[in-house]
Design a protein around this ligand. Structure first.
Ligand code: DON
Length: 552
């Protein structure tokens, strides 16, 4: 489990680290024009929507952690999708009251939540942007009209998704040729419909999306999805609000690790993992130590037990937000890690964090699968963007309108409403509610100044990927490229996922020896990080995807 010798990308003034070179370069071009990190964020996101359409875009939701250099203040913006007003708690149950099969729920209109990404881009740009809105939208319009080369990863994912992506005609006609063959890597692809949508948005701002023809087309697509219609209505779009929330921070050694609070479980679960590890000498043990991984794995299992019980949309469910990161609570939970072997299944139960409500919640049953994108940006003034953005599943609901895909974020809710003992599940569906997320865009502060922006896709494994990258940089002194490339070991629910074909496999037998179940497989993270160091900016891009870190 040695760190690779990889060097980070370096820059003096500004940098973008994102999952696709065209998107990162478009962001850098905006920074060169005098744009700031928020301007570059808008452009990078809109280009990602075009060139990495399976992962994120204006049909989905996003969480932004932002350091505003002028105000010297860290804040977060919640652009998570909401359940339509017409949704009810039984949305994902069949007539017999049993949960639907995952893909039966995903593919079609039922899973589509009210998208939040565009309003997040627009409102944060209104508040913090330096260039005008049209200027930051234009690069994606030009690329959609002029065309771009289909990336190998996009080609592979179209092939893998096969029949699901062919189920609805708009996506089928876009992602497959007339003979029904998937778009080939390197082929030039244009997206006139997206160029038109963006032109409306460039002229009218968020209203061009949340009202009028674009909104009408979204609603018609969802409500008329054959075999699996949804309940998204024009009023849901018109009423959508971005919520500014306090960052959730945990002090870890000399750092404040800050990120996105509920409805994301990201910062709380990453924070719990680090808090549980705080009493142990993870730095001294190092990345090759089985003991270090036992501790990280079991800390993560304990954190996931709390996540499953307590974490959901805090605007709907009372949550022990402070209690979950309470120092004394974490110190007492940490004692569970003092043995020599893996925790027994029976010992991995949720704890009782300090809380002023009665706690009668059941554990959740949500499932999460691949797509999503994380990008980080630092500009010349010291503003920092750490944003994780998603349409949930690869290609989302597979419904497409206006040249972009619609999310299936509602399947991030628990399908079941109650557990076997009749206790309510915190993450159950409710009208207007935001599904619990695992996205963990993070900014690490030291003495009130940002030193690292990091995040990843990966469903609920995001939490493990981000915790590992933080430990790699903060404890093991790796640079961000080494941290992004570090082989993964992730434990959420008991089984240690070990990344196949890497050095992590060497730890499989020793971990089995400690009593863990171990499973080897692909662990497809997409870490895009920027460290702000005394030597300048250092960027890391996950070698498992197509991303780059570029700057000047
Ligand atoms: O919000 C979430 O946690 C999920 N919808 C994210 C999905 C994801 O990261 C898929 N990953 N590869």
């Amino acid at each position: 489990m040695r760190a690779s010798s990889a060097e980070p990308a370096r820059a003096k003034k500004f940098m973008v680290a994102a999952a696709n070179p065209l998107a990162a370069e478009a962001g850098v071009a905006i920074l060169k024009k005098g744009g700031n990190a928020i301007d570059a964020m808008v452009t990078t996101q809109l280009v990602l929507n075009l060139v990495e359409p399976q992962s994120s875009g204006i049909g989905g939701g996003a969480f932004l952690v932002f350091f505003d250099a002028k105000a010297g203040r860290l804040t977060t913006f919640d652009g998570r999708e909401t359940a339509p007003a017409g949704a009810d708690p039984k949305l994902f149950l069949d007539e017999a009251g049993d949960p639907l099969e995952f893909y039966d729920a995903v593919v079609g209109g039922r899973s589509v939540g009210t998208p939040g990404t565009l309003r997040l881009l627009f409102e944060t740009h209104e508040r913090f942007g330096a260039l005008d809105w049209k200027t930051v939208v234009q690069p994606a319009i030009d690329l959609a009209r002029g065309g771009f080369d289909v990336s190998p990863r996009l080609h592979d994912l179209i092939v893998e998704d096969g029949d699901r992506l062919k189920r609805f005609s708009v996506a089928r006609d876009y992602f497959f040729d007339r003979e029904g063959e998937p778009l080939k890597a390197g082929m030039r692809l244009k997206n006139e419909a997206f160029a038109e949508t963006l032109t409306t948005i460039a002229e009218k701002g968020a209203e061009g999306f949340y009202e009028g023809p674009v909104a009408e087309a979204i609603v018609a697509t969802v409500q008329n999805a054959e075999g699996n219609p949804g309940r998204l209505a024009l009023s849901d779009l018109a009423n959508y609000r971005v919520v500014e929330r306090e960052p959730v921070c945990l002090t870890y050694r000399v750092y404040d690790v800050c990120g996105m609070g509920p409805p994301s479980s990201g910062a709380l679960t990453v924070g719990q993992i680090l808090g549980l590890l705080a009493p142990f000498d993870i730095a001294g043990l190092g990345p090759e130590s089985v003991k270090a991984w036992r501790l990280i794995g079991d800390a993560s299992r304990l954190a996931f037990a709390d996540r499953g019980r307590y974490m959901a949309d805090i605007d709907y469910v009372p949550m022990p937000l402070k209690g979950l990161l309470d120092e004394a609570y974490l110190a007492s939970r940490s004692k569970l890690l003092e043995g020599e072997r893996a925790l027994a299944e029976a010992d991995v139960a949720p704890g009782m964090p300090p809380f002023d409500h009665a706690m009668l919640l059941g554990d959740d049953t949500a499932i999460e699968f691949p797509s999503t994108s994380h990008f980080s940006i630092v500009d010349g003034a010291g503003n920092v963007v750490s944003i994780t953005t998603t349409i949930e599943n690869g290609f989302g609901s597979r419904l497409m309108t206006g040249g972009f895909l619609l999310n299936n974020e509602l399947t991030d809710f628990s399908f079941e409403t109650h557990d076997a003992d009749g206790r309510v599940i915190a993450n159950a569906v409710a009208p207007g509610k935001r599904p619990r997320s695992s996205m963990a865009p993070t900014i690490v502060m030291r003495d009130g100044k940002p030193v690292l922006a990091v995040g990843s896709p990966g469903g609920s494994r995001i939490i493990g990927y981000v915790a590992e990258a933080l430990i790699a940089v903060l404890d093991w002194n790796m640079n961000v490229q080494q941290a992004a490339a570090l082989p993964h070991l992730v434990n959420r629910f008991g089984t240690f996922d070990v990344e196949a074909g890497t050095d992590a496999v060497k730890l499989a037998e020793p971990l089995k020896g400690l009593g863990f179940a171990v499973k080897e497989g692909d662990l497809n993270s997409g870490i895009h990080a920027i460290a702000i160091t005394p030597r300048g900016l250092e960027g890391g891009a996950d070698p498992r995807r197509e991303g780059v870190a570029v700057g000047e």
